[in-house]
Write a protein that binds this ligand. Structure first.
Ligand code: SF4
Ligand code: ZN
Length: 301
């Protein structure tokens, strides 16, 4: 196959766009898709201070690199979870990536916050991933607000977004549907959240990361229960093969007409949010979930 743009040998085939590209033209395609998403959804401008959550995985590093190359003001945030045989390597990958690419980096150590994940795991009688996710989201949001960033970015790609959207639609979880999309406006106690890679699939992001030589961290977390939404991603991969372009069309269709009628989750549950009496984070209980986890861990010592 030849590159659609310059006719050199193609290295990446993109059936969803009915085309293929050589490395340079694929870089151009990828970058233009990101720019198009930023502009069409008005995610941010060059005036914004963007904090980007960096796990060490390819998606978050690709997102940081493409935004940096486009001239945006980006700072990385890494949450060191203190998980043996995992966190140290992930942190090392993020630190060397940021120093090589001139991206300032903030590291939050959960051990210093009384929330080392192995301690939390010992304390909880349920799977750790939902508590771990809650803790990460809490520190992403808190750091963005405390350090006066105007935007909080994550590396979610089109496949992540489709799988989540599909799962919410299957359950008609209308409250969660209203929170879905590449942009979540700031609300009291919540930072403005964006997903600049929402137009790009996992395959496209992986290829771009590989061609840019991004050395990402891929050792699985020892507590992992498998990737989330795996079965939905498989279903959608089959559908995409039968009907190339279906994923992006479904997602853009939701953004165009699906979002407006839905109400926020608090309106569905009847919960009202108020600041946590301990830390100020918005919560429907008196004390927020993360403060309760921290207290539980402290009691076990
Ligand atoms: Fe946390 Fe679970 Fe991810 Fe491990 S797999 S980092 S415990 S959310
Ligand atoms: Zn709290």
């Amino acid at each position: 196959m030849k590159c659609k743009r310059c006719k050199a040998p193609a290295v990446v085939a993109l059936p969803s766009h009915n085309t293929g590209f050589c490395p340079d033209c694929f870089d151009l395609f990828f970058t233009r898709q990101v720019e198009r998403g930023i502009h069409s959804e008005k995610l941010f401008t060059h005036e914004d201070r963007i904090l980007i959550a960096l796990s060490g995985g390819k998606d978050s590093l690709a997102c940081a690199l493409v935004l940096k190359r486009l001239g945006y003001n980006v700072t990385g945030l890494h949450i060191d979870l203190s998980i043996p045989n995992s966190s140290q390597a992930a942190r090392g990958t993020v630190e060397s990536f940021c120093s090589e690419n001139g991206i300032p980096l903030i590291v939050k150590e959960m051990a210093q916050e009384g929330l080392a994940i192995p301690d939390v795991k010992k304390r909880l009688n349920r799977p750790i991933c939902s508590a771990c996710g809650k803790i990460k989201r809490y520190y992403f949001n808190k750091t963005a607000l405390d350090e006066n960033f105007t935007v909080l970015a994550t590396g979610h790609n089109l496949d992540d977004e489709i799988a989540r959207l599909f799962s919410n639609v299957l359950r008609w979880d209308v409250g969660y549907l209203s929170d879905q999309g590449p942009l979540l406006e700031a609300d009291s106690g919540f930072a403005r959240k964006v997903k600049p890679l929402f137009r790009l699939s996992e395959y496209e992001t992986a290829n771009w990361s590989y061609l840019q030589g991004i050395p990402y961290h891929y050792a699985p977390c020892p507590y992992s229960q498998g990737a989330s939404f795996t079965s939905y991603k498989k279903l959608w991969a089959d559908l995409e093969e039968e009907m190339p372009g279906r994923k992006l069309a479904f997602y853009l269709g939701f953004l165009e007409r699906g979002k407006a009628p839905f109400v926020r989750q608090e309106a569905v549950t009847g919960d009202t949010l108020a600041p946590c009496t301990s830390c100020g984070y918005p919560t429907s209980a008196e004390v927020c979930g993360v403060c309760r986890i921290r207290d539980a861990v402290a009691q076990q010592d």
